[in-house]
Design a protein around this ligand. Structure first.
Ligand code: URA
Length: 247
């Protein structure tokens, strides 16, 4: 028997004894016979003595192991057309974790996130708030394989990839998450609302502050209208992180 299993069983027995004693005492006070109860102690045991982690599972993986799991993933049809998986890269822990939609042509070829035109533009956004993709920033996507012809990743594809991203966020421990575009925002925040409705305020995801903004590729297509709101969103990121931007 593993140490942790033995500890859980001993703890469970002690708690049961304690609860029985209380039950018996209450029965005596009430002048009623005591009937032994069945207790479900799994929740309290999970807190006091968490079950051992399965190191072969996503929940037990570190970033290196998780990346290897993604590299051999065939959980959805996107694996059929990929050249390379695009796991994500950057600093962990990170000040900011940037999450986009999914790899495009350049990313699929190189295995790195945001290295095409949209990536260059994203880098300029980060620079504008004194951040650098090589320092304090981690960049990932909702799906790790390129959807054919850059179409939106479908619901089942996003769902299949989500456990990887959730573990990745846990491991990267960002101070703030920046979601780029509709797919990233709707998937992580589990909403049908568009970027226009979601941007302009802080959200929270499992306690981590989240800022939503437009996808750089969308801004490149419509700079006149979207550049200013993106700048406002970036200032919100900087404000949270205590980055002084000057005037
Ligand atoms: N667009 C994305 O959403 N992600 C990338 O990695 C590249 C382009």
């Amino acid at each position: 028997m593993s140490d942790q299993k033995g500890r859980r069983e001993a703890l469970s027995a002690s708690i049961e004894t304690y609860l029985d004693l209380i039950g018996e005492a209450e029965a005596v006070i009430a002048g009623k016979p005591y009937t032994k109860e069945e207790w479900d102690l799994s929740t309290i045991l999970d807190v006091l003595a968490p079950p051992p982690l399965d190191l072969d599972s996503i929940d037990g993986a570190n970033l290196r192991v998780l990346e290897a799991m993604v590299a051999s993933c065939s959980k959805c049809r996107l694996c059929e057309g990929r050249t390379m998986t695009v796991f994500g890269e950057g600093s962990a822990p990170a000040r900011v974790m940037v999450i986009g939609e999914g790899p495009g042509y350049e990313e699929d070829k190189s295995g790195r996130p945001f290295v095409g035109k949209a990536g260059e533009y994203l880098e300029s956004w980060l620079k504008s708030i004194h951040l650098d993709r090589m320092q304090g920033v981690y960049i990932a996507n909702i799906v790790k394989c390129r959807p054919p012809n850059n179409r939106d990743p479908q619901t089942d594809e996003r769902e299949a990839c989500m456990p990887y991203l959730l573990r990745q966020i846990q491991l990267v421990k960002p101070q703030l998450i920046l979601l780029l575009g509709r797919t990233a925002a709707q998937t992580l925040l589990n909403t049908e609302q568009g970027v226009g409705a979601l941007r302009g305020r802080y959200h929270r995801w499992q306690g981590i502050p989240v800022v939503v903004t437009y996808h750089p590729a969308a801004v490149l297509r419509n700079t006149a209208e979207l550049r200013r709101p993106v700048w406002e969103d970036l200032k919100r990121v900087a404000a949270y992180l205590g980055i002084e931007l000057g005037r």
